[in-house]
Design a protein around this ligand. Structure first.
Ligand code: NAP
Ligand code: 8YV
Length: 320
């Protein structure tokens, strides 16, 4: 019987995933190693496959310590924590999990906007504190109907967000590096779009190309009645500028799933009732995480079978 190939798992995986992985690979869980340096020195040469996730990615020093690495299968669509160009140069294929999470993340984006706009969290607190009975009706909130919604990054998830907005009589507008053949107005200038939008929903990839795309100028253009929703990566928003704008009333509100130094969140946000905070759970339902886990394992299984993969990242499409 031929030995099973060695797979390094970075970050936790579900029981369902581990069941599949152990059937096909000799699995080494990096997070279980008391001395990761010693483990890499002893096993780095044997490892040909890595399974990771969008948050942990693959550190350059780890990639360098795996001379025979052939595939990195990542659980998540965003792969800004993996240097896919460096991987491709070494003939390593990186795969991710596009499309299976579009609906969930789009739903999360709208949930955040609606929660901020309709004051869901402060109103819940109002009831729980007995204030409804003691003080009467809570203050009025802002309607989500008929708004101009600026989507920053009209890709797979951005399009799923736009699809949902028809129900709310929204005017959808978008910004990305290049226009697409869609029936929405394109803005090459993000600040101009922010000035015309009631809500800005950020759903680009992370990484150097989008760092602080949402800067002070964009935030000021969105303005004191505007709402910023970020379901992309924390790095896309200049968090210091955003917190300052919220504190000074120059930004109306924010619905945030991601943060620059997560899981650390600026504590100044904790007291703001025009802000809704989530711990990076855009795709985190049992159903969607199962689909993501299945695709992560399917990529590894197919690679094991014939060397090809189902969903390689664009940088790696010519490998395998
Ligand atoms: P996608 O299909 O690749 O779409 C990305 C969009 O961003 C494209 O429209 C792209 O258009 C635009 N874009 C890229 N760079 C840009 C730049 N510098 N300036 C402006 N626009 C830019 O990706 P997706 O599948 O929709 O996923 C998007 C991202 O969502 C992921 O990469 C991940 O970071 C995030 N995400 C978060 C969660 C969560 O849990 N919160 C879950 C899933 C995904 P152009 O190429 O024309 O610029
Ligand atoms: C996951 C995500 O939480 O897919 C992404 O890009 O941000 C999320 O779906 C993450 O990848 C899991 O670590």
């Amino acid at each position: 019987m031929t030995a099973k190939p060695d797979l390094l798992v970075i970050g936790g995986v579900t029981e369902r995933m581990m069941g599949r992985l152990t059937a096909e690979f000799t699995v080494h869980a990096l997070y279980d190693q008391p001395d990761q340096g010693a483990f890499m020195a002893a096993h780095g040469t044997a490892i040909t496959a890595v399974l990771t996730n969008g948050h942990d990615g693959l550190r350059p020093d780890l990639m360098a310590a795996l001379p025979n690495l052939k595939i990195v299968s990542s659980y998540g669509v965003g792969y800004d924590a993996i240097d896919a160009t460096a991987a491709a140069e070494r003939g390593i294929v990186v795969t991710h999990t596009p499309n299976v999470l579009n609906d969930e993340v789009a739903n999360t984006a709208l949930l955040l906007w609606f929660s901020v706009s309709r004051r869901l969290v402060p109103n819940d607190a109002y009831v729980r504190a007995g204030r409804w009975e003691a003080e009467g009706n809570a203050p009025l909130s802002r309607s989500v109907q008929g708004r101009t919604v600026g989507i920053v990054g009209l890709g797979r998830i951005g399009q799923a967000i736009a699809d949902r907005l028809a129900v709310f009589d929204s005017t959808v507008v978008y910004h990305s590096r290049s226009p697409r053949d869609v029936p929405y107005r394109y803005y090459a200038d993000l600040t101009e779009m922010a000035g015309d939008s009631d809500v800005l929903i950020c759903i680009t990839p992370g990484g150097a190309g989008t760092r602080h795309l949402i800067n002070r100028d964009v935030i000021d253009a969105l303005g004191s009645e505007g709402i910023l929703v970020n379901v992309s990566r924390g790095s896309v928003v200049d968090e210091t500028a955003m917190v300052q704008a919220l504190r000074e009333g120059r930004l109306g509100g924010a619905g945030l799933d991601v943060f620059e130094a997560e899981p650390r969140v600026p504590s100044e946000l904790f007291d703001m009732d025009n802000v809704v905070l989530q711990p990076h759970v855009g795709s985190a339902t049992h159903e969607t995480r199962q689909a993501m886990g299945d695709l992560t394992c399917d990529n590894l299984s197919q690679w094991l079978g014939d060397g090809s993969t189902i969903t390689p990242v664009p940088e790696c499409r010519n490998i395998g």
